[in-house]
Every structure is written in structure tokens, then in C-alpha cells.
Write a new protein. Structure first.
Length: 326
């Protein structure tokens, strides 16, 4: 991940050799910073993936809610999407800068370690001299490998040790999006359903059809962005992008409307039996969910098995594709 710069000595006078890969493998300092950097990279990439998935579910939930999606929640989604884009770019810049700076400090340490060393860079590989790519000619490295010796010199470099300690203390920008829980949709709701989770579990066929149609539309739009695009064309493409978003949201809303109505009808019976009123959460649990508890998987299954809800889900699963293509 982190490349060490090769510093070539005078090949005519060199009697021994070294390889940057061999130095990296034997350097404790290099291993230390490489592992720490990789861990930080993996953690930030994982956070970015989690936030991106949560934003996607948030957008889908708002679409499923249709005209019942709270206006303030739709506005907040727009703001948080922009914030996520900025945070993602900042994380990528930070990680790239960390990698470059790490490479620079080790390159400088290698240059210091090679002062007075009579050797050239030559990668003999783990099993002896390697074959030159595309030929049968062996690459012969002169003398013996000094990689391990040079790695020890690098590890004893006090300048490098201080630089590595400083790099190890670096913390990247936050990717998480802190916010207060959303308000539930539904009068008096004391427990809420994540519509995206419910519909994905019980009506997968039409839900997948909408997602695939949206993905295909995005691919066509991206193809139009290739090459030179003037301002007028860019404005038209932005309008097309918004139309894709609105069309997908409308399709999701059409699928969810009869299911939401059925859940609320069944919930009236629950209320008479003393069960908690059921509502809908416009935001996934990964983004703070709602101010009332999310339905557990067991409760979600129980809700889905109520008479009207079960019939509505079965009908949408069977006819949903026709509903959104008519």
C-alpha cells in the first residue's frame, strides 16, 4: 500500500544489493505504521459503507411513505446527503494524504540509511533471482542482500521513530452524521415499523423491480455524462436525475400505500386489545430511528400476519410489478 522510493546507487561499483520489499518486510517501524494505517483505512471505509447504506434506506423509506413523509424529514435528508458527500471526500483526502506522508518519511529514512552503503536495488524475490517478465533471462543480483541490515538501520533512526509516533496519533475526520431521532408517522404511535425492511422482506419481487429499474436509469444517465458536456446539457441531465428520483419514489409509494392502510386498519384492533399503537418510521435505526421504539423482528412478523396486512402484502407481492408498470 505504501511504496518506498528506490534510491539507485552506482551499479558499476556496487557489490551487494537490497530490495525495498525486503526492507519493508524486515522493518518493525514500517510494519507498525502500515498496520495502523490499514486499520484506520478499513475502519473509515466501513463507516462510509454503513452511512451510505443507511442513507439509501432513509431515501427509500421516504419514498415508501409517499405524501405522508414529513416535510422536515425530507429537507433533513437532503442536508445530510450533502454532509455525507463532504465527509466522504474529506476522509478520502485524509487517507490519501496519510499514505503520501508515510511514504515520504520512509523514503527519507531509506535515503539516510543508504548513505555509505555500497549496494543497488535488486529484487531477487523470495526464491532467489527472478525471471524478467516476458523473457527467460534471469536477473542476477550482485553479492548478498543487505535488506535486513538496512531495515535495522531504519528502525534505529530517531527521526523516523518520532515521525511514526506522530503519524500514529493522527485521527481522521468523522463520517458519522449525529442527529436527533425522527418523529413517527402515525397518530399516537408507540412503536414503529421500518417500511423498507417490511416491504423488502414480504414483497421482494416488486421492490427489486423498482430498484433494478432505478439502477438501469442511473447507468443510462452516467453514460450520457461521459465526454464533454456543456452547461445546457448538464442542466438537462440534472433534471433527468431528479426525474429518476421522483419516478422511483412514486413507484415505492404506490407499492406501500395499500400495505400502510392495512397495517393501520389492523392496528385499530390492537388498540382495542390494549396493544401499542403502530406507526411508521421515516428513518432507519442506523440513523437514530424514531423517538419511539422500532418494532422487533418478532413484532414485525406478528404485524405482517394480521389479516388485512397479510392480504395486502400478498397482493402487492403478486401484482406489484404490474402496479408500477401500468
Amino acid at each position: 500500500m505504501i511504496a518506498l522510493v528506490a534510491l539507485l546507487m552506482n551499479p558499476a561499483a556496487a557489490e551487494d544489493h537490497y530490495s525495498t520489499a525486503g526492507i519493508a518486510e524486515n522493518s518493525e517501524q514500517f510494519t507498525r505504521i502500515a498496520q495502523a494505517t490499514q486499520t484506520q483505512f478499513d475502519q473509515m471505509q466501513r463507516q462510509i459503507a454503513i452511512q451510505a447504506d443507511a442513507l439509501n434506506k432513509w431515501e427509500k423509506n421516504l419514498g415508501l411513505l409517499g405524501d405522508r413523509a414529513p416535510v422536515e424529514e425530507v429537507a433533513l435528508f437532503g442536508d445530510m446527503s450533502k454532509q455525507f458527500g463532504s465527509s466522504k471526500r474529506a476522509a478520502e483526502v485524509y487517507l490519501g494524504g496519510l499514505a503520501d506522508e508515510t511514504s515520504d518519511v520512509f523514503s527519507a529514512a531509506l535515503e539516510r540509511a543508504l548513505q555509505g552503503v555500497d549496494a543497488i536495488e535488486c529484487d531477487a524475490g523470495p526464491s532467489g533471482p527472478r525471471m524478467t517478465r516476458g523473457t527467460q533471462e534471469k536477473v542476477e543480483c550482485p553479492g548478498t542482500s543487505l535488506s535486513e541490515q538496512i531495515a535495522k538501520t531504519i528502525d534505529a533512526d530517531p527521526i523516523l521513530a518520532g515521525q511514526v509516533d506522530e503519524l500514529m496519533k493522527r485521527e481522521g475526520p468523522a463520517v458519522a452524521m449525529p442527529m436527533a431521532p425522527a418523529q413517527p408517522v402515525g397518530e399516537g404511535a408507540r412503536v414503529v415499523v421500518d417500511l423498507y425492511d417490511l416491504m423488502s422482506a414480504y414483497t421482494p419481487t416488486p421492490m427489486q423491480a423498482v430498484a433494478e429499474g432505478e439502477d438501469f436509469a442511473w447507468l443510462k444517465l452516467e453514460a450520457k455524462l461521459e465526454g464533454d458536456v456543456d452547461e445546457a446539457q448538464l442542466a438537462a441531465l440534472k433534471q433527468e436525475r431528479e426525474q429518476i428520483r421522483l419516478s422511483s419514489a412514486a413507484a415505492y409509494a404506490e407499492l406501500a400505500a395499500p400495505v400502510m392502510a392495512a397495517i393501520e386498519d389492523d392496528a385499530k384492533k390492537w388498540a382495542r386489545a390494549g396493544r401499542p399503537a403502530v406507526g411508521f418510521c421515516p428513518r432507519p435505526a442506523a440513523l437514530e430511528g424514531c423517538s419511539v421504539p422500532m418494532a422487533t423482528d418478532a413484532l414485525m412478523a406478528e404485524i405482517a400476519e394480521q389479516t388485512k396486512t397479510r392480504r395486502a402484502l400478498m397482493k402487492v407481492e403478486k401484482t406489484g410489478v404490474d402496479m408500477i408498470t401500468d
